[in-house]
Design a protein around this ligand. Structure first.
Ligand SMILES: O=C(O)CCC(=O)C(=O)O
Ligand SMILES: [Fe+2]
Length: 303
């Protein structure tokens, strides 16, 4: 069973909630988070904003196609990303936006693609306002959650704080059209993968689809109501915590029903060392993330 965590209790470090958090982070790699500062009506607005964009015609979306850039901001067409080299490219469409460095930041001069400027569709000011506003709300929930995770694994609450001051956090809208007629056994909405970063805060429209690989190798559906979040953990946090936190494999095969999900991939500052704590090694978060982006987005793999 995936633990269900009441965020208000978590903030108070309620002992049973902390036990559940630890089980979710260490054993299963998934949690359900509810009672957060973001309510169900807000999630509905965000999903509706993405739905409005994804239902526009192809030419409209082409104007913000990330394939014409050297980064991953804007629209990614169906087939633009291949998260599992053993499967075909995913049939989902995406819309990605990320963290923009404040003016004058020392990292600006490095022109790092992980901080590339966002692209926004023309004539959709409400889309931009909704998504930008949600981006900041989602960051706050992730920050609060990560403080509790630090406590749960025996570090100071503030251990991660300064490592996420300029987070390479990526907010994505995933659009899964109804599973296409041509789809075969190697075709997925998103094929089996682990997330690349630290914490993923996932909102969905309530349509089922996400499956998690269990310890015995079987796939189990994860469902949640709109308004509660699915949390999972990525490769960087697994490495960084010497494997205490688990990055669990998951996928979406897709069904006859269209589906939208909205993950916030909460990744640290570019120059954070995410090598195993105490190992004396160095693994730059920004390098790991760029490598994983370059492996999976087809326009970055074959520029
Ligand atoms: O759509 C979902 O439920 C999961 C999406 C996902 O795993 C991802 O975007 O990394
Ligand atoms: Fe994922």
């Amino acid at each position: 069973m995936i633990p269900r965590i009441d965020m208000q209790k978590l903030v108070k470090r309620d002992p049973q909630t902390m036990v559940d958090l630890r089980r979710g982070a260490e054993d299963i790699g998934f949690l359900i988070l509810y009672n957060t500062a973001i309510d169900a009506a807000r999630i509905d607005e965000v999903i509706a904003a993405y739905a409005d964009f994804f239902h526009r015609d192809e030419a409209f979306k082409q104007a913000v196609n990330m394939a014409r850039t050297g980064a991953n901001r804007g629209w990614g067409a169906g087939g633009a990303e291949q998260v599992d080299p053993m499967a075909n490219p995913d049939y989902k469409e995406v819309y990605d936006c990320g963290f923009e460095l404040p003016a004058g930041d020392v990292l600006t001069a490095k022109n790092l693609s992980v901080y590339a400027p966002n692209l926004w569709p023309a004539d959709m000011p409400e889309f931009r306002a909704t998504i930008e506003g949600y981006y900041h709300q989602a960051l706050e929930v992730c920050r609060t959650l990560l403080r509790a995770i630090a406590a749960a694994i025996g570090e100071d609450d503030g251990y991660f704080d300064d490592k996420f001051s300029r987070p390479m956090a990526l907010l994505r809208g995933n659009f899964y059209p109804a599973r296409p007629d041509w789809a075969g056994e190697k075709d997925f909405g998103i094929a089996a993968h682990t997330d690349y970063g630290c914490v993923t805060l996932l909102a969905t429209d309530g349509v089922p689809g996400l499956e998690v690989k269990t310890a015995d190798g079987t796939w189990r559906a994860v469902e949640t109501r709109p308004g509660s979040f699915i949390i999972n953990f990525g490769e960087m946090l697994q490495m960084w915590t010497r494997g205490r936190v688990t990055a669990t494999v998951h996928r979406v095969r897709g069904s006859g029903a269209e589906r939208i999900s909205v993950p916030m991939f909460f990744n640290p500052n570019y120059d954070t060392n995410v090598a195993p704590l105490g190992s004396g090694e160095e693994v730059l978060a920004g390098r790991h993330l760029k490598k994983r982006f370059d492996e999976t987005y087809l326009h970055l793999k074959n520029p």
